[in-house]
Design a protein around this ligand. Sequence first.
Ligand code: S3P
Length: 194
Amino acid sequence: MKPVEAPASPPDHRPAADWRGRSLVLVGLMGSGKTTIGRRLAARLGWPFVDADAEIEVAAKMSVAEIFARFGEAHFRDGERRVIRRLMQGKRKVIATGGGAFVDDGTRALVLDKATVVWLDAALETLVSRVSKRNHRPLLVGKDPETVLSELMAVRNPLYAEAPIHILSTNGPHEETVDRILATLRAHSPEKDA
Ligand code: S3P
């Protein structure tokens, strides 16, 4: 008889039970709702909210689009790395990151170590319909958003999947997505109220 092999142990996808002592970091593609959901999640928890792209804009005194246009993506990524490193310090907060932040190996390792990471995932058609409402995103200017987003999905989803929490950001009310995040977190430390 063939010996039964033990299955390889799955990656540890559980959020730490002490998530209330750490920042919550939202990652995911453009249009997944990180800023909108993050703001509401922070309000529900009574925590401060910080948008990493907005912090980069304050530090650089120009918009993300201007940084890309004048200095290029690599320069933006350097600023993004520095800002997220700074945001990992200090008091707990809810942080929305730009879609590419978690792709950087150093940033991803740091954020996974210091915070509780939530991957906001969404169907391609949901992302496309959301990003099509605004035209401020440099990676999409003059391009077909469906093509760009599906290429980014293929490259980035395996990296976003390293987040311990995976939540679907649907077309329904944003509060429902916030409810799903909170329910998932509370399931890991149900003894306390949040
Ligand atoms: C980017 C996403 C943007 C912004 C920049 C690059 C990306 O943020 O950081 O345009 O690489 O996916 P949002 O995800 O908030 O749109």
